[in-house]
Design a protein around this ligand. Structure first.
Ligand SMILES: NC(=O)c1ccc[n+]([C@@H]2O[C@H](COP(=O)([O-])OP(=O)(O)OC[C@H]3O[C@@H](n4cnc5c(N)ncnc54)[C@H](OP(=O)(O)O)[C@@H]3O)[C@@H](O)[C@H]2O)c1
Length: 343
């Protein structure tokens, strides 16, 4: 039986949900992949940093229990995430620190540290994929390891996996979709007659609107997702700065009503395409026909459509994800790496 050791950078909502899934699937990983998966290190900002003593890995059930009771780990090795990436014993680095949408750091540095040591890296953080994917992918290839990021767009919904595993020789020529929950929810609520402020407040109450929602409202989150999609699926080598971006700030109740009178809804649409080989990306509010697929993407659901040369256009819809779908994306990338080791 093989043993795979993971180092987790970040142990917040996503890290803890992944740890729960790992605990739940431990026996099945052994029986189906002949692999024992251990967590050998966890770095956080304030909860503490842990390194496993001996070969058995950290006891995730105990850790989750401690956190629930005290909000902290029971001990702290006092190391930073970068130090863990650089020095700890592990096979796969799992990068789950918070997103910096304007730079991708410090996650980019964490990932480089892991790749430079010849370690596989999984990230759920779209910053590095939006800002530095080509560089990181090339570094991974140079070191003969994997750099996987399924969770960065639409959580665990297979988008990158779908193209990589099931669309052989297909070239992706265009991506489009509805990829930002906050704006999708607000526009939908405004269409139902609520004010912008009421819709924002309702989103906060339901827990998916950030304390500072400006990155969502101004289209930065969507632009980062378009850049990530284009970088992974089209080798675009672009950043969010190159996406023609407009938020929903200018969308008024009158504009929504006028569109409605003509049988249209307003959605924050995301698009990326190649023109003479040059990548172009756009995010902004647009009218869509109420009978179109885009118009029926409601609330916290998301949609991505992928235009290919050999398989035409495909669409993948994620219905109202929870944190378990985030955990699944990380888990799916992990199993991909484990299976590749068998070959
Ligand atoms: N939540 C989702 O549904 C979801 C979905 C897709 C992608 N993602 C991405 O996944 C990543 C994690 O999300 P999350 O929801 O788990 O965030 P979160 O709940 O805010 O947790 C972030 C974790 O990172 C730790 N951290 C912060 N700064 C750090 C640093 N400099 N070094 C080491 N650790 C640091 C925090 O430490 P403390 O615990 O001590 O504060 C915390 O454990 C983000 O990039 C996010 O965009 C999340």
């Amino acid at each position: 039986m093989k043993t795979i050791r993971l180092a987790l950078l970040g142990f917040g909502n996503a890290g803890q949900a992944f740890a729960r899934l790992l605990t739940e699937k431990q026996e099945e990983l052994i029986s189906t992949l002949d692999t024992r998966v251990l967590v050998s290190a966890i770095a956080t900002n304030r909860k503490g940093t842990l390194l496993a003593e001996g070969q058995e890995g950290l006891n995730l059930s105990n850790l989750l229990h401690d956190l629930k009771k005290t909000g902290r780990f029971s001990r702290d090795e006092g190391k930073t995430a970068l130090q863990v990436a650089e020095d700890a014993e592990y096979d796969i680095l799992v990068e789950l620190t918070p997103l910096d949408i304007f730079s991708g750091e410090p996650a980019i540095s964490h990932i480089k540290a892991g790749l430079n040591r010849g370690k596989h890296v999984i990230t759920a953080n779209k910053g590095p994929v939006a800002w530095a994917y080509r560089e990181l992918k090339e570094l991974a290839a140079d070191k003969g390891v994997d750099f996987l990021c399924e969770t960065t767009v639409m959580d665990g919904t297979p988008v990158f996996n779908l193209v990589r595993e099931t669309l052989p020789f297909c070239r992706v020529t265009e991506v489009s979709g509805i990829l930002n929950t906050t704006t999708n929810f607000i526009l939908e609520e405004m269409e139902a007659g609520r004010s912008f402020e009421e819709a924002l407040e309702e989103g906060r109450r339901r827990g998916f609107v950030e304390a500072d929602p400006s990155a969502d409202l101004d289209g930065w989150d969507a632009a980062a997702k378009v850049a990530a999609l284009m970088n992974v699926l089209m080798d675009a080598g672009i950043t969010p700065l190159q996406i023609d971006r407009k938020g929903i700030g200018g969308v008024t109740a009158e504009i929504i009503k006028e569109a409605g009178d003509r049988g249209k809804s307003i959605k924050l649409l995301c698009r990326g395409w190649l023109e003479d080989g040059i990548p172009h990306g756009k995010v902004g509010p647009e009218e869509v026909d109420r009978k179109s697929l885009m118009a029926v993407i409601d609330g916290t659901s998301s949609l991505v459509s992928i235009q290919t040369d050999l398989m035409g256009k495909l669409s993948v819809l994620e219905h109202n994800p929870e944190i378990e779908q985030t955990a699944f994306g990380i888990f799916a990338d992990m199993t991909t790496i484990v299976k590749r080791q068998e070959k």
